[in-house]
Each structure stands twice: as structure tokens, then as C-alpha cells.
Design a protein around this ligand. Structure first.
Ligand code: SF4
Length: 241
């Protein structure tokens, strides 16, 4: 599937992920971001960030490439207060000037999760209500999006490419091939601000009801949807956007 992208003269050009991979698949993460944000999808791309435990690496790169790029932040209304404050701190510190906070639709919440406890009965439905549908609506504005997914995180993410097709959109995964040690090292070496909950034992941070502490040395993703056969909220499952 081809995606419309803006050329420097403002007209639109159709590109598909295979031709983008052929042209840019060998670039390092920073250069890939640069060409996607400032050339191929100029004014037509957004970073989707949870401002979680490792988000800072990609946020820092994007801020260097173009601090005005839209950064979409899904406020599910179930987040930790620390995450909201961390978002604001990071935006200020990195100079990110276009943070777009997306909320779930109030009418849908009233109809489907009036008492706010849907997550106790059906986490897939809750994620769909509070994440998948609001993000799909927000992404109508863009032809491409940038994610911070890494292959090492889960089995399902084990083969994610740098550039892929997701429904009608192109998805860029500039950190797909990074490992945990590389992420930790760059955060330390650059002195990047850390999410405050990391120091409290939360190495992977999502919504408050669905995030628990993890013992040192355990798989970091064990802290998400603990005890359930669920590893993704749904925004990265094809055709949602
Ligand atoms: S992570 Fe939990 S609280 Fe957040 S949207 Fe999904 S099910 Fe709901």
C-alpha cells in the first residue's frame, strides 16, 4: 500500500514501505529520523510516546532532529501522576514544542466505562476505549508515525522492521534493533531525565491499574498486565490506524 507524503514543493508523492526500506533501511536511528521527519514525511508525521521508562531516548533524538515535530501523548485517564509531570518536565528540558495530549472520548467513556472499572473486567476493551480509538482519530492527521518499539521487548516484537506498513500508515521504528544495555548506556552517558517511577521499581510503565513493580533481574515487561495473557494494548496491532 502506498502512502501520500509531501514533497518540498508541497505536492504529494506516493511512497510505500518497501521503497522507503530500499532507500533508507541502512541508516542509523538518528539519520533515519532526520530523513523521515524533515524530508519524506515533512509536516505529515508524528511521534507517539507514552513518556514511559525508555521513551526518553527517542524523545531526545526527535528533539535534536526537529523539536517542533508533533508528539502524541495518550492520556488514558488511568496514568500515574508521575507520568504527566514527567511529560511536562521532559518537554521543557528537551525543548519539544508540540506535545499533543489525546484523551478518550467523554461520551464513549460514559457509555462504556461509567464507573472506570472496565479494566477489571476486560482489559482489551478498556485499551480499545482509552488508547486504540483515540489514537486512530488523532492519527487521521498524519501519513506516518514513529514508535519506540524494540525487538527485545516481547516475542511479538521480535521481528519488527525499521519501516513497516500499518493499515493506511507508514510506521517508523528507529530503535527496533536496540537492546536494553544500549538504551541504559545512552540515558546514563547523556544524563537524560529518568521517569521517577523507575527508582521505585517500575522498569516498564503504563496505566496505573495495569502496572506493577518488578523485582531486580526479572523481565521488565512482567510489570505490565501481570497475570494476563496480554502484552500489547492494541495500538500496534495492524489495521487499527
Ligand atoms: S492499560 Fe489498563 S487501564 Fe490502561 S487502557 Fe489498557 S486496560 Fe485500561
Amino acid at each position: 500500500m502506498a502512502v501520500a507524503q509531501r514533497k518540498t514543493d508541497g505536492s504529494l508523492l506516493k511512497r510505500d514501505y518497501a521503497s522507503l526500506m530500499a532507500d533508507y533501511g541502512d541508516l542509523n536511528s538518528f539519520d533515519l529520523l532526520d530523513v523521515m521527519i524533515n524530508k519524506e514525511f515533512r509536516d505529515n508525521i508524528a511521534l507517539v510516546s507514552s513518556f514511559g521508562a525508555e521513551s526518553i531516548v527517542l524523545l531526545d533524538m526527535v528533539a535534536q532532529v526537529n523539536p517542533a515535530v508533533p508528539v502524541i501523548f495518550l492520556n488514558t485517564r488511568k496514568l500515574f501522576g508521575e507520568t504527566i509531570r514527567y511529560r511536562d518536565q521532559v518537554a521543557e528540558q528537551l525543548g519539544l514544542s508540540n506535545i499533543i495530549t489525546v484523551n478518550p472520548d467523554a461520551e464513549n467513556i460514559a457509555a462504556e466505562d461509567k464507573n472506570g472499572l472496565l479494566w477489571t473486567r476486560d482489559t482489551d476493551a478498556c485499551c480499545d476505549l482509552r488508547k486504540v480509538r483515540p489514537l486512530a482519530l488523532a492519527m487521521n492527521e498524519y501519513g506516518a508515525w514513529i514508535t519506540g518499539r524494540k525487538r527485545f521487548q516481547t516475542t511479538d516484537r521480535g521481528n519488527i522492521p525499521l519501516i513497516e506498513q500499518d493499515g493506511s500508515k507508514i510506521k517508523i521504528n528507529p530503535l527496533a534493533h536496540w537492546n536494553q544495555e544500549e538504551l541504559d548506556r545512552i540515558i546514563e552517558n547523556k544524563g537524560l531525565p529518568k521517569h521517577p517511577l523507575i527508582a521505585q521499581g517500575y522498569p516498564s510503565i503504563g496505566c496505573m491499574p495495569c502496572t506493577i513493580r518488578v523485582e531486580a533481574g526479572q523481565d521488565r515487561r512482567m510489570g505490565r498486565w501481570s497475570g494476563q495473557n496480554k502484552t500489547e494494548c492494541g495500538i500496534h496491532i495492524g489495521e487499527n490506524i
